[in-house]
Design a protein around this ligand. Structure first.
Ligand code: FAD
Ligand code: NAP
Length: 544
């Protein structure tokens, strides 16, 4: 894997006063910078990474690729960019997506306002100046009218809460911080902990390299075949001709991907019809396609069971050892309520003689030892261990450093019982602070590119409105925040999502409050709500 154009701009440069500080140079921070510049605002971006791309900068494990089709998982704000960029595969690899991020940074000359390898360490709202003071680990001290948090929903990686990691004498890695030079496990005894999307993408490749691969699974996940393939140039050209319509469909859809909404219940059709529908969904290689097979899969357990059982049967038909197949077939959560995955040869990998599955439900992990991993049953020896153990999702990076709002209120204290936001874009007592894809917005339940662009456009419009109306401070009222937070929970409770122990619920982090973090009202309806708030002079916000 080669590094491209990661020339860190010097940190600590003499930027003292800007209109906006943007934290994060992933797809959210990059577009925010471009948009603000276009509107004549000054902005500086900070990122702990040495290059742009966020998720795609950090997650370089083998097999990493998007699971929303590249024709959808890409910016739509500039038709020229859309037309000139060529995706090579249906689901682009991490290196290709990172090349795209670098292309965007070059095309719009973004780097001159990005300070790389610089972590924001504190931000506080200065009541007298009505501005934010932001400090970094490189000694920057900046005053900004606005603070835009583009810190990412899945950017604070998480290690398992087991002792002994420090004593392991071999090498260990986390998928979310993969070495830039790559890792070759050829001939090694390799252990992988976790079976979420990152593991499911990388395990088939690890299995081809390692002498022996041992996978430690706590919860099996539902995964569908990605059916990845090179993009047909003619089809891509045809799509480009109707990109505006295609993007419009995505923006008004449920999940940010064009897909017709189903009208039928899974329980009102014959077994044969249902089977045929699931087969078509499964063979399509699309998560949204499968989950939108019927209109009640995410709201009705009996309906969901039919889809879950279909996928379990497919797993049993691939995996030769019946005991391994049963261990891999998820039964403890409805399909869709933990983030499902798209894979290439994941289940078939367990038919290889050099792959072992350890079911941690039967023999829990106890500790990492000097030479490997110990479960309640025995010790396993490894040359390397990969932790594919995920992230402190949605709130982790927002509360990772001290953000102090009005009256000295700290964000992490305000959110101790769970995040409270208005529209997932702002939180009361933290004036002029915006969050891109924050908790309480569709974010991770959508094609994130669509949700990022919607938030960036909305935030930029709000800042423009403030400027045009001579306003200095925008702050959601506590009432609007309470109502929205309640609404997010209520809508979540009409679905099966809260029944699962997922990172959507904060369940993967010890001590994190159990709250449904994203908004499941749908990308299209959510956009309408945000637009109406703006049309009504930012209803629910105090503007002073
Ligand atoms: P990020 O890309 O996470 O960028 C945030 C940046 O903020 C990071 O670079 C981080 O270093 C920086 N940062 C955070 N805190 C600080 C701080 N205090 N100081 C300085 N810098 C800071 N979504 C989809 O829609 N489709 C997909 O197929 C898909 N695949 C994914 C695959 C993986 C492996 C992962 C982990 C996530 C995936 N996602 C996917 C979600 C993905 O995170 C988003 O699609 C998108 O890339 C998020 O962009 P972002 O700019 O909001 O955040
Ligand atoms: P994840 O989905 O949270 O998976 C983490 C895995 O580690 C789970 O299997 C979890 O088990 C396991 N785990 C955590 N702590 C453990 C412990 N102490 N002992 C044993 N097992 C433990 O993380 P991820 O795979 O990195 O994916 C996170 C999200 O990023 C995805 O859901 C998706 O949104 C995005 N992503 C997308 C893609 C893609 O295909 N484009 C690829 C990667 C990531 P439990 O389930 O039991 O907690």
């Amino acid at each position: 894997m080669t590094e491209t154009r990661e020339k860190p701009a010097p940190a600590g440069a003499a930027i003292d006063t800007v209109d906006a500080v943007i934290v994060g140079a992933g797809f959210a921070g990059m577009y925010m910078l471009h948009k603000l510049r276009q509107l004549g605002f000054t902005a500086v971006v900070y990122d702990a990474a040495a290059g742009v791309g966020g998720t795609w900068y950090w997650n370089r494990y083998p097999g990493a690729r998007c699971d929303v089709e590249s024709i959808n998982y890409s910016y739509s704000f500039d038709p020229d960019l859309e037309q000139e960029w060529e995706w090579s595969e249906r689901y682009a690899t991490q290196p290709e997506i990172l090349r795209y991020a670098n292309h965007v940074a070059d095309r719009y000359d973004l780097r001159r306002d990005i300070r790389f390898s610089t972590r924001v360490t504190a931000a506080s709202f200065d009541e007298s100046a009505q501005r934010w003071s932001i400090t970094t680990d490189q000694g920057d001290d900046v005053s900004a009218q606005y603070l835009v948090m583009a810190v990412g929903c899945l950017s604070t990686s998480k290690m398992p809460e087991i002792p002994g990691i420090d004593v392991f004498r071999g090498k260990w890695y986390h998928t979310g911080h993969w070495p830039h030079e790559g890792v070759d496990f050829t001939g090694q005894r390799l252990g992988v902990i976790g079976t979420g999307s990152s593991a499911i993408q990388s395990i088939p490749i690890f299995a081809q390299q390692a002498a022996h691969l041992t996978v430690f699974q706590r919860t099996p996940n539902f995964s569908l075949p990605a059916k990845n393939a090179p993009l047909d140039p003619d089809e891509f050209t045809a799509l480009k001709a109707r990109y505006p319509e295609h993007r419009h469909e995505a923006r008004t859809s449920a999940f940010g991907v064009p897909n017709p909404l189903p009208e039928k219940s899974a329980l009102e059709v014959s077994d044969a019809e249902r089977e045929a529908t699931y087969e078509a969904g499964f063979e399509k290689g699309s998560l949204v396609g499968m989950l939108l097979s019927y209109n009640d899969l995410i709201t009705d357990k009996a309906a969901n069971d039919t889809a879950a059982e279909y996928v379990r049967q497919r797993i049993r038909s691939i995996v030769e050892d019946p005991e391994v197949a049963e261990a891999l077939a998820p039964t403890d959560h409805p399909i869709g309520t933990k983030r499902p995955c798209l894979d290439t040869d994941y289940y078939a990998t367990y038919n290889r003689p050099n792959v072992t599955l350890v079911n941690l439900r039967k023999t829990p992990l106890v500790e990492v030892t000097e030479t490997g991993v110990r479960t309640s049953e025995r010790e396993y020896e490894f040359d390397s261990i990969v932790f594919a153990t995920g992230f402190d999702a949605m709130t982790g990076s927002l509360v990772a450093f001290d953000i102090k709002g009005r009256d000295g209120v700290m964000l992490k204290e305000k959110w101790a019982a769970g995040p409270r936001t208005y529209l997932g874009v702002a939180t009361a007592q933290f004036p002029n602070m915006f969050m891109i894809t924050g908790p309480g917005s569709p974010s991770v339940l959508s094609n994130m590119m669509i949700s990022i662009e919607q938030h960036v456009d909305w935030i930029a419009d709000a800042m423009t409105y403030m400027r045009e109306h001579g306003k200095q401070v925008i702050d959601p009222t506590l009432e609007s925040e309470d109502e929205w937070t309640e609404h997010v929970t209520e809508v979540g409770n009409t679905t099966l999502y809260p029944t699962a122990n997922s990172w959507y619920m904060g369940s993967n982090v010890a001590g994190k409050p159990r709250v449904f973090l994203p908004y499941i009202g749908g990308v299209g309806p959510y956009r309408e709500i945000c637009d109406q708030v703006a049309e009504k002079a930012y209803d629910g916000f105090d503007l002073t």
